[in-house]
Each structure stands twice: as structure tokens, then as C-alpha cells.
Design a protein around this ligand. Structure first.
Ligand code: SF4
Length: 443
């Protein structure tokens, strides 16, 4: 019998958003399934795959830097991800890369890996866990439900990079979710470019979940996922009327009372220039109706400041919207022209200092609103999920906190909890972003 050789080893660097993370997980899963070892250092690797982000110019620079570092440290680099779809920029800057592919290109990446580092044909390769390889901690996972987007927001090049909406079959998503839960995942974070559009491309056709017919529609998907007994959190929800159908599921406790809705602006004039729905009154009515249906609902949103042509009056309308909507969590980005985006051609580009200053003013303005929302939670008993333990207690999150982007609940007497535990706590205090709580009773 021939002696087993050492497995070929691939280093992996992943940059970018949760959607890029899901792509990375699929590539890693495939690599492991084919017997490749994964290395966390450059010098232990036979080649390095860099999964890039190309959404804004800062991300482009970070990605190009990461590719440069991998070339210097290792020398054999395959580039994938959004930056790979942006023409020649990778090859012009780094002509020595072995191959470049775009986002969501599992087959192409694997083809490039096979060409430059053939797999060992060994029947004794490690079995890949059925849930795949996850880059997130064991107790939560991103679940991507579709690729691409049918909108054409003028500041965004994602549809050009990833194409129109393609929904995953509902049965596949529920099956993947089930495997994740079996593997110990306690929270599923639903991501896509446009979560509320799920199923539009296939006209909500009937799929099958465990042999049962189920429509390819967000509310049906949420109902299925809500039966798995874990937290289900919705991200990137465009404010369509069909989002209303999720509220009863939140009221019943099947999915978390949390909506991440990127409104982007609130001046009808700017929204029109952004090519986004501009009926702000309707949006405010919808937010009010959601809150009536689910008083505990947390709404997170993101906004762009300093869009081309934005006047002080437009910006003021945005601040007034924040007052009226009373959003719980807000993120803001100063407009940054993305190469290839239609918005770059619009008249009235603003200096970077103005874009940035308005971003800071918006965040300052929102601070009081967010703090008031948090103060309303003092004295209440809530469920939290533990992310970490340190000498000061447990670091946890509530239904109102998505990992990495929202706040934290510090459970000051939670030293005996474990990562991935659910616990019931009473909120004792808050600061601008976070809550402080003490243990009620472990579950
Ligand atoms: S909805 Fe999102 S992904 Fe789609 S074009 Fe607009 S910003 Fe881009």
C-alpha cells in the first residue's frame, strides 16, 4: 500500500460582508471535502485564496492590500469575490496572481485551485461536517437565501457584479438550516442582497420541504425556519408591503422581533436620485403599523450622507425622519463613489469633508434617540444569547442585537454561563449602545 502523502494546504483570507462570508464558507467546505487542509498562516500554505470585497473604494483598497500581503508572504495567490468582478483592477495592480474569479464562483475557484494545487486522491480524507465549514462562532451562522438583486440603486454596483435576483430553493435552505441547528447553531442570520424579494424571480413557485409543498416566499420560509427552535433574524429587508406578513410570526415568537431595513435616505428628492422608493410618509406609516403589531420590534437601518446633490434641506429632512421613525439602531456611511456606479455621473457632488461631517451629525442626532429606546428596556426581563465570557461576566446579545453591528448585553453576574447559552436576565442599566443586566434564571 502506498504511503499517504501530506494534504495540500490552502491559506484563506476573507474580507467583506456576510454574503462574502457565505461564499467563503462554501469554498472552504468544498476544499475540505476534497481533502485540502486549511492553514491560518501564509507560510504553512501551498497557495492562498483571497476572498475580496469591492463594494466601496475603501474596501477595494483593503482587498488590494490583502492580495499584496498574500503575494509577499506566500507568493501563490488566487483571488475571488466582488473585486474579481471589477475588470482588470486586480491583474493591473498585482500581475503575479495565479487566477481571478468573481463572487459566488465556487466552480471557478475550485478549478483554479485544482490547476495550481491538484488535490490528493485519498479515500481517507477527513469527512466534512454536514453543516459545512463555518467562519462564524459555533452558536450563530449566516444563512444566504438568494443571490443578486433586481433593484438598480444608483450608488450600487452589486447587480452589475452579481446579476439579477436568484432565489435558492426553499427546501435547500431549510435543510441547510436544520443541519446548522443540529450542529449547535442557536441563531440563524438571514442574509441576501434583498431578503424581502425572496421568491420573486421564480414567481413564488411551490417547492418542497421534507416532502411537503411550500411556496418560495419569505413569510413561508420564515415560518419554516421559525419551527427549528432557534433565533431567526432578518437582515437586508427592503420595505415592501409583504414585510407586513412577517409581523404575525414575530408576535407569535417564531422569529425575532428584529428588522434590518436599509432606508438609505428620507428626502424624496434624494431617494429618487438614488432610484429607491420615495414615499416617506408611507414608510413612516408602515413603521408605526409594525410597532403597533409588535411593540418590542427593533428596527435597524443604514443611511448614506452627502449623496450628490444633497442640500442642507434634504439632510434636515433626513434628521426629521429619524425623529419621527424613532429607529433603534442606525448606521451611516458618507457617500463614497464606487467605480462604475451611475450616481457618480450626477451633478452636485459634495466635498468629502461635507459628506463626512453630515455623517457625524447624523450619528450624533441619532444617539439620543437610540439611548431613549434603550432606557425603555431598563427593569424589563429579557432573553439573551451568550457570545463570550470574561472576568466581568457574560457578554451576550438580546433580540435587539445582531452580532458585530449592534449592541451588547453585559450580564454582570453571568460568569458561570457558557458561550451559546440562552439566559433570562433583568436589565439594570444602559449606556449609549449597550445594556447591563443581572441573571434571572439560567435556562
Ligand atoms: S437593493 Fe441593495 S443590492 Fe440591490 S441595488 Fe439597491 S443597494 Fe444594491
Amino acid at each position: 500500500m502506498s504511503r499517504r502523502k501530506q494534504a495540500p494546504t490552502v491559506g484563506f483570507v476573507s474580507l467583506g460582508c456576510p454574503k462574502a462570508t457565505v461564499d467563503a464558507e462554501q469554498i472552504l467546505t468544498r476544499l475540505r471535502a476534497e481533502g485540502y487542509a486549511i492553514s491560518s498562516t501564509y507560510d504553512g500554505a501551498d497557495l492562498v485564496v483571497v476572498n475580496t470585497c469591492g463594494f466601496i473604494d475603501a474596501a477595494v483598497n483593503d482587498s488590494l492590500e490583502a492580495i499584496g500581503e498574500a503575494l509577499t508572504e506566500n507568493g501563490r495567490v488566487i483571488v475571488t469575490g466582488c473585486l474579481g468582478a471589477k475588470g482588470d483592477i486586480v491583474r493591473t495592480t498585482h500581475p503575479k496572481v495565479l487566477a481571478v474569479t468573481g463572487p459566488h464562483a465556487l466552480a471557478e475557484v475550485m478549478g483554479a485551485v485544482h490547476e495550481h494545487l491538484p488535490p490528493l486522491h485519498d479515500p481517507f480524507v477527513d469527512l466534512v461536517p454536514p453543516q459545512g465549514i463555518k467562519l462564524t462562532p459555533e452558536h450563530y451562522a449566516y444563512l444566504k437565501i438568494s443571490e443578486g438583486c433586481n433593484h438598480r440603486c444608483s450608488f450600487c454596483i452589486i447587480p452589475a457584479l452579481r446579476g439579477d435576483l436568484v432565489s435558492r430553493p426553499i427546501g435547500d435552505i431549510v435543510e441547510e438550516a436544520g443541519k446548522l441547528v443540529d450542529a449547535g447553531v442557536k441563531e440563524l442570520l438571514i442574509v441576501s442582497q434583498d431578503t424581502s424579494a425572496y421568491g420573486v424571480d421564480v414567481k413564488y413557485r411551490t417547492g418542497f420541504v421534507g416532502g411537503r409543498p411550500v411556496k418560495t416566499r419569505l413569510s413561508e420560509l420564515a415560518r419554516e425556519l421559525g419551527q427549528l427552535g432557534v433565533w431567526v433574524r432578518m437582515h437586508y429587508v427592503y420595505p415592501y408591503p409583504n414585510v407586513d406578513d412577517l409581523l404575525p410570526l414575530m408576535a407569535e415568537g417564531r422569529i425575532l422581533p428584529y428588522l434590518d431595513v436599509p432606508f438609505q435616505h428620507a428626502s424624496p428628492r434624494i431617494l429618487k436620485l438614488m432610484k429607491r422608493p420615495g414615499d416617506v410618509e408611507k414608510v413612516l406609516d408602515r413603521v408605526a403599523a409594525w410597532r403597533r403589531a409588535v411593540p418590542d420590534l427593533t428596527i435597524r437601518s443604514t443611511f448614506i450622507t452627502g449623496f450628490p446633490g444633497e442640500t442642507e434641506q434634504d439632510f434636515d429632512e433626513l434628521l426629521q425622519f429619524l425623529d419621527a421613525a424613532g429607529l433603534d439602531r442606525v448606521g451611516a456611511f458618507a457617500f463614497s463613489p464606487v467605480e462604475g456606479a451611475a450616481a457618480n455621473e450626477l451633478p452636485g457632488a459634495l466635498p468629502e469633508a461635507v459628506r463626512e461631517q453630515r455623517r457625524a451629525r447624523l450619528m450624533q442626532h441619532q444617539e439620543d434617540i437610540s439611548t431613549r429606546r434603550l432606557e425603555q428596556r431598563i427593569g424589563r426581563t429579557i432573553q439573551v444569547l451568550v457570545d463570550d465570557i470574561d472576568e466581568e461576566g457574560a457578554i451576550a446579545r438580546s433580540s435587539a442585537d445582531a452580532p458585530e453591528i449592534d449592541g451588547i448585553v453585559y450580564v454582570t453576574d453571568g460568569h458561570d454561563l457558557e458561550i451559546g447559552d440562552f439566559a433570562t436576565v433583568t436589565v439594570t442599566d444602559c449606556d449609549v449602545h449597550d445594556l447591563f443586566a443581572t441573571l434571572e434564571s439560567p435556562e
